[in-house]
Design a protein around this ligand. Structure first.
Ligand SMILES: NC(=O)c1ccc[n+]([C@@H]2O[C@H](COP(=O)([O-])OP(=O)(O)OC[C@H]3O[C@@H](n4cnc5c(N)ncnc54)[C@H](OP(=O)(O)O)[C@@H]3O)[C@@H](O)[C@H]2O)c1
Length: 280
């Protein structure tokens, strides 16, 4: 297949690129590194030249915080909608949109709402599409994993709140396997939405201890910090560590879990547990 892969230089995109190349697909890379800026791709005409002969499109572009020229509404909503419109015009057989867990009727942050606007548009389009909603993705090269490893490696682990909110991390290899399975499905006009989660949910506190254990370290004491205090810190901390924005803390606290059965059915096997994934 000839596949246009947006976000090909990112964490998820680069793993997809390697796997799809290895499977013999022809990949057209798309990111600012390869000269395509979503800020300039706001109508279908801008996308059509990139879609010549393309069988499938995978959109793996996203930002976790807004900066000067990087706005949620443009990057997550307006540019993808222009891309989907162009896909319908060009007769692209399959669109795979990398959304995120929590991008549903309960969405409440600007990150989630901007992604939801694009997902809703894609669901209504005359296209064969998969909307994949990954939970926290971990594996080699992931920015969040780097931050969690640093946290988990401290002699005392600071927690936002009590750390009991649930997460269901999914290993990057399962995200890649999911995209590959979607590409193999029969094309039919219609949209399917799938939560892409790991085999097991656990508390955020246990997740950090599991990362520690995988590094061969004993469990460390934890230091719960009042959520309201952390929100205050995040207002300033976001300038040092952009991922630590108040909205991201709120999303973490809201929990990030889903039923794993539909994913296991698509894959034909269970995705990895955190213990299995962290060994990789
Ligand atoms: N990682 C996770 O845990 C996770 C969980 C759930 C959902 N997701 C979603 O999965 C998608 C990919 O996430 P990721 O972790 O791979 O992110 P990432 O590593 O930050 O990669 C983001 C990609 O988007 C591209 N990009 C950013 N701004 C752009 C622009 N203006 N124009 C064109 N390309 C642009 C980047 O390339 P350049 O910088 O070269 O432009 C990069 O290739 C995102 O939509 C994210 O919301 C991720």
């Amino acid at each position: 297949m000839k596949i246009l892969l947006t976000g090909a230089s990112g964490f998820i995109g680069s793993h997809l690129k390697t796997a799809l190349n290895n499977n013999g697909h022809e990949i057209i890379e798309c990111s600012r590194q390869s000269g395509v800026d979503f800020n300039q791709q706001l109508n279908a005409d801008a996308w059509l030249p990139l879609l010549e002969g393309v069988d499938a499109v995978i959109n793996a572009v996203g930002i976790i915080v807004e900066t000067g020229s990087q706005k949620f509404d443009i990057i997550h909503h307006q540019a993808p909608v222009a891309l989907f419109t162009a896909c319908a015009q060009a007769g692209v057989e399959r669109v795979i949109q990398i959304s995120a867990l929590g991008v549903d009727e309960q969405a409440f942050t600007p990150y989630q709402l901007s992604k939801k606007a694009a997902d809703d548009h894609l669901r209504a389009a005359q296209l064969s599409s998969f909307i994949l909603r990954p939970s926290l993705v971990y594996g080699a090269g992931g920015a969040s994993m780097k931050m969690f490893k640093q946290l988990a490696g401290l002699p005392v682990i600071p927690l936002v709140g009590d750390g009991q909110y649930q997460v269901q991390p999914v290993h990057i290899s399962d995200v890649v396997a999911t995209v590959q399975a979607c590409l193999k499905q029969e094309a039919s006009t219609g949209s399917q939405t799938l939560d892409v989660v790991g085999a097991k949910a656990l508390s955020f506190k246990d997740w950090l201890q599991a990362i520690r254990a995988a590094a061969g370290k004993r469990p460390a004491p934890t230091l719960p910090t009042p959520f309201s205090l952390m929100l205050g810190v995040a207002h300033i901390g976001r300038y040092v560590m952009p991922m630590m924005s108040p909205e991201n803390l709120r999303m973490l606290q809201a929990g990030n879990t889903a039923d794993v059965k539909p994913l296991a059915q698509l894959l034909g096997c269970s995705p990895l547990t955190p213990e299995q994934g962290l060994k990789r």
